[in-house]
Design a protein. Structure first.
Length: 248
């Protein structure tokens, strides 16, 4: 089985079998260190939506942190993946369903001293997590909706971080740093001409650079989502479903 890796925009649909969640699903009925590593990577990336969900269910910040660690400990130690059905193999659905079962049936407060088995499964910055939770949860969204909103924001953050790494690695860091404000659909605080003045580019060249930046950003977002679904056909569907939480 090949090592999990992220696709590039130029790769054909065949790359999909090597993404993180596909590796996990392919090995869910057997012991596989690679599948465990792939699942651990997904857990490290998407812990915050889970923390936000647990907080919205009424748990205090420290308890939510402990519960998140305990959930991931059980997820990685127990053979929970056998319950995943291929036709509903999206990691987002799996994670939300699994944490609901965990909170309803598996948590015993009398075992608080054993939370996470005394280990830190994922790196949780409680202060940062709680500050983000307070900032993002002001509309009293239901736990499921808040989970999906946080999931979508995490996808966007991960895509932008990947894009930033690419630009800096290729020596185009200053270009990214100046033009990243144009990634949002909202009106940018400066014009293309003003950005060009800083970069020593004319307005037309800036517009072309922004177009390319946005295009690659979309590629990075699709690549990020591809890590969490089981087939290429699910990528666009997941984009629509993940970001639907921001409407209505």
């Amino acid at each position: 089985m090949p090592e999990p890796r992220e696709p590039t925009s130029s790769e054909p649909a065949g790359w999909f079998v090597t993404t993180h969640w596909s590796v996990v699903l392919a090995a869910r009925d057997e012991e596989s260190p690679r599948a465990t590593d792939a699942l651990a990577q997904l857990c490290r990336t998407y812990w915050y939506p889970l923390y936000a969900y647990i907080r919205r269910r009424g748990h205090a910040p420290h308890d939510a942190q402990d519960l998140t660690q305990e959930f991931f400990a059980q997820l990685l130690e127990k053979n929970i993946l056998k319950a995943v059905q291929q036709e509903r193999g999206k990691f987002r659905w799996f994670l939300l369903s699994a944490v609901k079962r965990f909170l309803a049936n598996e948590w015993n407060r009398e075992q608080a001293a054993k939370r996470g088995g005394g280990q830190s499964i994922v790196s949780l910055d409680e202060e940062t997590a709680e500050g983000r939770y307070q900032y993002e949860s002001g509309d009293d969204a239901a736990p499921d909706k808040l989970f999906n909103q946080s999931w979508a924001m995490t996808l966007l953050e991960q895509a932008q971080e990947r894009l930033q790494r690419e630009y800096h690695a290729s020596g185009r860091g200053p270009l990214f740093d100046q033009l990243k404000i144009f990634l949002s659909g909202d009106r940018a605080p400066i014009s293309h001409a003003e950005a060009g003045a800083v970069l020593g580019m004319n307005e037309g060249a800036v517009k072309v650079a922004v177009h390319r930046l946005r295009q690659r950003y979309r590629d990075c977002l699709r690549g990020q989502i591809a890590q969490t679904v089981s087939t290429p056909a699910e990528v666009e569907e997941e984009i629509q479903q993940s970001f639907a939480a921001f409407s209505g």
